[in-house]
Write a protein that binds this ligand. Structure first.
Ligand SMILES: [Zn+2]
Ligand SMILES: [Zn+2]
Ligand SMILES: [Zn+2]
Length: 274
């Protein structure tokens, strides 16, 4: 089985460029689309290379932001086998309606959606018109799920009530994904420290002043956490790039140069082997 992860989106909810913004980061993203960022979501792919042709790839989606349709087209993912939800904010569930006609016209079975109680309630309330296409399944902290040779364990994050990060373990890679979090709760830090982490993917919403220090990281907070957990590789995600001080991708590369590639910004479309 071959496993990989695609960053469908690596931005905060405002996106880069923002339609209302003319900061240096947005100017850069308007001239170079590689600097553009959509809402943070992940796609984990598992391909059984030993199966007879044509090989089949299974896809696990983590979060479904409002740009999901274009993100999936770009990633060339023609099927989704399940959705795991970190939390109920719009930038993480606002694209769920874009799964409705995939279920109705292609997969023909309700899509398994694993979500905590708060996110589940929000999905039921906001998307009541399409509940016949979703197979909502409860998900609790520490409840280990396994799909296609990969284990997913929800860990506590400090963000909206009931927000999860995920510990994602393939046979080769131990990865932590915390797209929205303030300082990590002790239990999460302890769980991550049990074994060395190969990859940390961490909230780096703000640059300069952290406007929401209890529920998000700034870039410097994210760097400090990466130095503390010492993964082989850390990727910054959920980057607003605008606030408090706009930073361009060029500026971010210069800021991270001293880490010699150990800490890098993720970007939309980045694919990493697991
Ligand atoms: Zn801007
Ligand atoms: Zn959030
Ligand atoms: Zn978010």
């Amino acid at each position: 089985m071959e496993h990989s992860l695609t960053f469908l989106g690596t931005g905060a909810s405002c996106g880069v460029p923002s339609y209302y913004c003319g900061c240096a980061a947005c100017v850069e993203a308007r001239t170079d689309t590689r600097a553009a960022r959509s809402c943070a979501c992940l796609l984990v792919s598992a391909t059984d290379t030993s199966a007879p042709l044509p090989t089949q790839t299974r896809h696990t989606l983590i979060d479904a932001g409002p740009e999901l349709r274009t993100q999936l087209v770009r990633a060339e993912a023609s099927a989704i086998d399940r959705l795991l939800v970190t939390h109920e904010h719009f930038d993480h569930i606002g694209g769920i309606p874009q799964l409705e006609f995939y279920v109705k016209l292609k997969s023909l079975v309700p899509l398994p959606v694993y979500a905590g109680s708060e996110a589940s309630a929000a999905i039921r309330q906001q998307f009541s018109f399409m509940l016949d296409t979703l197979d909502l399944r409860p998900l609790d902290l520490w409840q280990r799920l396994e799909f296609d040779g990969i284990a997913y364990t929800p860990l506590p994050a400090q963000h909206a009530p009931g927000t999860f990060g995920f510990l994602i373990e393939s046979p080769k890679t131990r990865l932590a994904y915390f797209p929205d979090t303030g300082p990590l709760p002790q239990e999460a830090l302890a769980a991550l420290a049990v074994e060395p982490l190969d990859i940390l993917v961490i909230d780096a919403t703000f640059n300069g002043r952290n406007w929401m220090p209890r529920s998000h990281h700034s870039i410097s907070d994210a760097i400090a956490l990466a130095e503390r957990l010492a993964p082989a590789k850390a990727y910054l995600t959920h980057l607003s790039m605008h606030y408090d001080e706009p930073i361009t991708c060029v500026g971010l590369s210069e800021l991270l140069a001293p880490y010699g590639g150990a800490i890098e910004p993720a970007y939309d479309g980045l694919r990493v082997a697991l």
